[in-house]
Write a protein that binds this ligand. Structure first.
Ligand SMILES: Cc1cc2nc3c(=O)[nH]c(=O)nc-3n(C[C@H](O)[C@H](O)[C@H](O)COP(=O)(O)OP(=O)(O)OC[C@H]3O[C@@H](n4cnc5c(N)ncnc54)[C@H](O)[C@@H]3O)c2cc1C
Length: 542
């Protein structure tokens, strides 16, 4: 069974300690452990609780990188997307993306037809070993009529049709990262959430002492490791600064998506041009507007992404009502028939991403490539920092880091590996079969692990909330086997219950009662847990 155990995590000398349990840290821990190194992963909050939870959930194949003629980057993206889809097919769906085409030239049919053809050629192996249900079809051009059916009342002047291509939609980005964390543990890694790396010190014999604070118990643990991988996202300079007192150099932009209760488009993620001028400085084939995607998801529409320069501390990232209102106004300017109102917004995604520069005209250029680098200052030559710009390509950086380690570090044998617990047997009996679909949709093959918890529940009292399809047994499983420690872990990162909108106070209260029973929470703690979850939806109206 997989458990959170910081004493065990710090018991032996590690080969690699990974700091940060977002897309990069989790995929790195997985691949490094799979390669046979003694690995541990520490995350100061919950896994996938920061930038990686804020993505627009598109696993890109990199069609847009054709603008930069960057085939290498496309290949990395396609391979990384396929890996994510293979690892957890139950969490990913093909996403049909539609971009209306106007006039001739770069925005016309001929150029886009050629681009789609190239995209399919470059991604010839995009579906290798993927289950049939999630294979990505070829791109194609659709008629003007089809566009008008999909995007009613679209600005029609010079409209000729649309190009359609397919990417992956990570329906539950948070569980997808958790799959990597749990997967790393089956390869022998140790992992803990609510475990913060507070200092990195160089010891003797090329070893580092990393101080870890257990944020649940306040206990301090010392971890000894040969290498440190700092994958702490927007904290990446801060995590090192604590030990190095270096100045911050990286510029950041706050990236924002809004989630609307209104279903704006049904079957397609529609890409529409923004209303302000934008020039991508690196593009060889230039467009003059940034694209905004309207992505159908969980019966809602995600819309994004907007970028604004930010000097915010990532620990205190705040989205103000005016930022949401600006986006709502922007959407209405891009697509007036949406008639979006502030009250339609049920959730938002915000995170800090590495920014390259900002022009006088407020033209924000984001950094384009994820990288990692080895620190060169004295004593830190075995500390690597990751600067990640995409969720999709995180596995690619993980592979590069494994390659780097292979050149530096001899493998020791004898890593204790757990059996891949999610595929261990479990038989659905006739009473349980009615829950099979619900559970497999959420947990894939791990659903069978929930059966033993189901046996402990009274048949007549099996639900926490039937309308939300939330079973008591699954919550017990998540606490015992997936390190769910707080109400927000279940609501926002294990079940998807509250990722599109607030599940409502009564559901939260039933859930906190049940969790409190297992985790011995008193009334004050339960109140605090509910308050913390509700804060995630401020400043929205609900
Ligand atoms: C609005 C938005 C839309 C996006 N859309 C897409 C998209 O559609 N497709 C795509 O591919 N990408 C997208 N991205 C980009 C992508 O989400 C990010 O590039 C990626 O998730 C960054 O992952 P990360 O692991 O580097 O950072 P994070 O997810 O921020 O992870 C870093 C982790 O480190 C932890 N940490 C920090 N300090 C410490 C410490 N001292 N000790 C322990 N842990 C620590 C943090 O708590 C955090 O969980 C989007 C981003 C945003 C914000």
């Amino acid at each position: 069974m997989i458990t959170r155990n910081l004493t065990k995590l710090s018991a032996d000398i590690l080969d690699v300690l990974v700091i940060g349990g977002g897309a990069h840290g989790a995929t790195i821990a997985y691949h490094v452990a799979k390669a046979g190194y003694r690995t541990a992963l520490v995350e100061k909050n919950d896994f996938c609780g920061a930038t990686s939870a804020s993505s627009l959930k598109i696993l890109h194949g990199g069609l847009r990188y054709l603008q930069h003629l960057n085939i290498k980057r496309m290949r990395h993206s396609i391979a990384a997307r396929r890996e994510m889809m293979q690892l957890a097919p139950y969490l990913v769906e093909p996403l049909a993306c539609m971009m209306p085409l106007y006039g001739k030239g770069l925005r016309g049919k001929r150029v886009m037809q050629a681009a789609l053809f190239l995209n399919d050629c470059i991604g010839w192996d995009r579906n290798r070993d993927l289950p049939a249900a999630i294979r990505l079809p070829r791109g194609h051009i659709v008629s003007e009529k089809k566009v008008r059916e999909t995007v009613p009342d679209i600005d029609g002047e010079d409209l000729h049709g649309a190009c359609v291509w397919y990417d992956g939609l990570a329906v539950d980005t948070e569980r997808l990262i958790l799959e990597y964390v749990l997967g790393s543990m089956t390869y022998g890694a140790r992992a803990a959430n609510y475990a913060e790396a507070t200092a990195i010190n160089k010891g003797d014999d090329d070893l580092y002492q990393v101080t870890i604070r257990d944020r649940l118990s306040n206990e301090i643990h010392q971890v000894t490791t040969r290498f440190v991988v700092n994958a702490s996202g927007p904290w990446f300079e801060k995590s090192i600064q604590a030990s190095q007192k270096k100045d911050t150099k990286q510029k950041w932009a706050l990236a924002l998506n809004i989630v609307s209760k209104k279903k704006i488009f049904e079957k397609y993620a529609v890409a529409l041009e923004g209303h302000t001028q934008y020039e991508d400085r690196d593009a060889i084939i230039k467009r003059d507007k940034r694209l905004y995607f309207f992505v159908p998801w969980r019966g809602h529409t995600m819309i994004g992404t907007e970028y604004m320069e930010s000097i915010a501390d990532p620990d205190c990232l705040q989205v103000k009502p005016e930022m949401i209102q600006n986006m709502v106004d922007g959407v209405n300017a891009i697509y007036p028939p949406a008639q979006l109102k502030y009250e339609d917004i049920s959730f938002f995604h915000a995170g800090l991403l590495p920014m390259h520069s900002k022009s006088e005209e407020n033209n924000i250029q984001m950094e384009k490539n994820s990288t990692f680098f080895v620190h060169t200052h004295a004593g830190f030559s075995r500390v690597l920092s990751v600067k990640g710009v995409k969720y999709t390509t995180a596995p690619h950086i993980a592979h590069e880091i494994v390659e780097f380690l292979r050149k530096q570090l001899q493998l020791e044998s004898g890593i204790e590996k757990l059996k891949d617990s999610h595929v261990t047997a479990g038989q659905w009996n006739s009473d349980q079969l009615q829950y099979k679909d619900i559970l497999e949709r959420k947990y894939g093959q791990r659903a069978v692990r929930i059966l033993s918890y189901m046996q402990n529940e009274q048949k007549a009292d099996i639900w926490i909330d039937e309308a939300s399809e939330l079973l008591k047994a699954e919550v017990s499983y998540l606490i015992n086997e997936e390190m769910a420690c707080k109400l927000s872990d279940i609501v926002l990162r294990r079940t998807g219950l509250g990722t599109a909108e607030c599940p409502g106070r009564s559901v939260l209260e039933k859930l906190v009662e049940y969790m409190g029973g297992i985790l011995s929470w008193d009334e004050a703690r339960k109140g605090q847990e509910v308050k913390e979850v509700l804060q995630r939806y401020a400043p929205l109206v609900f």
